[in-house]
Design a protein around this ligand. Structure first.
Ligand code: GLN
Length: 483
């Protein structure tokens, strides 16, 4: 039963082949048995899960239907869940029980999902390896000596290991797409404003966006349907109708114009990944797509701009965790300053402290123009590159990451080496565009992802292209040995 996708679960439940309660019990047992190897969960919510599963079964028995009614999922541990710890992967929030549900959580609960638990993540979503969590590193089910990617590494490892069919995640600079690539999943970062950020603990507010992580594009469509939509509580939420994503999965790719940026294939890209990307291009050509070389000339400036903007916003967002308003409080403070210093020093790990310092520096009076303002200008250039490209093509295709998942610890002593791995993903966040990563093959037994980007609000186009590709390839069906 643990091999079933969300779409198959919906059919099985509708046909009364099994109940949500039965399925939930199977998955909870599987998590207890297998997760100690992976560390993909921070909290398990067994009792709540069984309660929600029974309630979903009753709703179905009363004639309700719905693709998510009775579907077991988990939430990345930065979505606030009422009465359940929301840690953000940090000692700072180890004892934080949110007084309310995030909009994503309440929408999915209303659709009938069953929450199995909260998944591990890089501390405050800062990272690409899921090694900065206060709850320990997450392991990649494809090779337990390798990282699963980050910051949504717990959601990715759990779904890849078939502990559950799908999970929520967030993407500030690649944290849905990169772990999807590293664990052979399909992950979608929606357009900025498509999914509510209310109750999603902020890292960098102008870049953060929630989205689905699952095994197939079809399942991403189902989960996104439950997450997306206008939210008056989020001032950056956009009031645009949400299309029926599942119904849009049958479009022909005949004549689809795919842009392939020449800058994507420069030095730094593993040539074995380049070859797999070429194979996926050929596959899409067979389905009728037309390939066009394009240019994104400002891509080289994106990493430096991102690593000014994201820390700047983080330094501001994280100022609320001071041991007074929110978060860990040190023991026996001598005075107020001592309380602030020690609470923050003890509560935040080294990567978070590094980013707060970089951000505070970039925003400081004498340096604001030189760093933050300059970075914002680069951001506009990056966006303009995409706008020009989308005049000529319908989607943009390239690798999700320059390398496959690295070994645990390999980049710990050199944060910049890890930052450089975000080269293909962060531009979509800077521009606010939707992006999807889907399985494209393997290098040394480790999964590789191909990334698709589309114009604003064209999530449906991305999902359709990925679905057509997955109907004609079987990479996404491969299962890691031992799981
Ligand atoms: N790796 C990037 C960072 O550390 C992106 C993380 C994310 O998307 N949350 O900022």
């Amino acid at each position: 039963m643990h091999q079933l996708t969300l779409a198959e679960i919906a059919r099985g439940l509708a046909d009364k082949k099994f109940s949500s309660e039965e399925l939930t019990k199977v998955l909870l047992a599987r998590i207890t048995q297998l997760d100690p190897q992976l560390n993909s969960f921070i909290s398990l919510t067994e009792e709540l899960a069984l309660e929600q599963a029974k309630a979903a079964d009753v709703r179905r028995a009363n004639g309700e239907s719905g693709a998510l009614l009775g579907a077991p999922i988990a939430h990345k541990d930065l979505f606030c869940t009422q009465g359940i710890r929301t840690s953000c992967g940090s000692k700072m929030l180890d004892n934080f029980k949110a007084p309310y549900d995030a909009t994503v959580v309440s929408k999915l609960a209303a659709a009938g999902t069953v929450i199995l638990g909260k998944t591990n993540m890089d501390e405050f979503a800062m990272g690409s390896a899921n090694e900065s969590s206060w709850y320990g590193a997450v392991k990649n089910p494809w090779n337990l000596e390798h990282v699963p990617g980050g910051s949504s590494g717990g959601s990715a490892a759990a779904v890849a290991a078939r502990l559950l069919p799908a999970a929520t995640a967030t993407d500030t600079g690649g944290s849905i797409r990169q772990p999807a690539a590293f664990t052979n999943l399909t992950g979608l970062k929606p357009t900025y404003g498509r999914v509510s950020r209310w109750g999603m603990i902020a890292y960098a507010s102008s870049l953060d966006q929630g989205g689905p992580l699952a095994r197939t594009a079809e399942d991403c469509a189902i989960l996104l349907q439950g997450m997306a939509g206008f939210d008056p509580n989020d001032s950056t939420s956009i009031d645009e109708p949400v299309p029926d994503y599942a119904a849009g999965l049958n479009g022909s790719l005949q004549g689809l114009r795919i842009g392939v940026p020449k800058e994507y294939f420069g030095a730094g890209l593993d040539p074995r990944i380049a070859e797999l990307i070429q194979n996926s291009i050929k596959e899409l050509q067979k389905l009728g797509a037309v390939i066009k070389e394009i240019s994104l000339p400002n891509m080289q400036h994106a990493i430096p701009a991102y690593y000014v903007i994201a820390p700047a916003e983080a330094s501001s967002n994280l100022s609320r965790f001071d041991g007074v308003r929110f978060g860990h409080r040190c023991a026996d403070p001598k005075n107020l300053e001592d309380l602030y210093k020690r609470s923050r020093g003890e509560g935040f790990g080294p990567e978070v402290q590094r980013r707060i310092m970089v951000g505070a520096y970039a925003l400081s009076a004498g340096y604001y123009d030189a760093y933050y303002l300059k970075a914002q200008k680069i951001r506009r250039l990056v966006k303009n590159d995409f706008m020009t490209a989308f005049n000529e093509v319908d989607i943009i295709l390239g690798p999700t990451t320059p390398n496959p998942a690295w070994k645990l610890g390999a980049k710990n002593s050199d944060p910049v080496a890890a930052y450089l791995e975000d080269v293909y993903t962060i531009t979509a966040n800077l521009a606010g565009l939707p992006g999807l990563s889907m399985p494209a093959g393997f290098v040394d037994g480790l999964p590789v992802g191909v990334q698709l980007l589309a114009p604003y609000f064209q999530e449906g186009r991305l999902l359709n292209v990925a679905h057509q590709y997955q109907l004609n390839t079987d990479w996404h069906t491969r299962t890691p040995t031992g799981f």
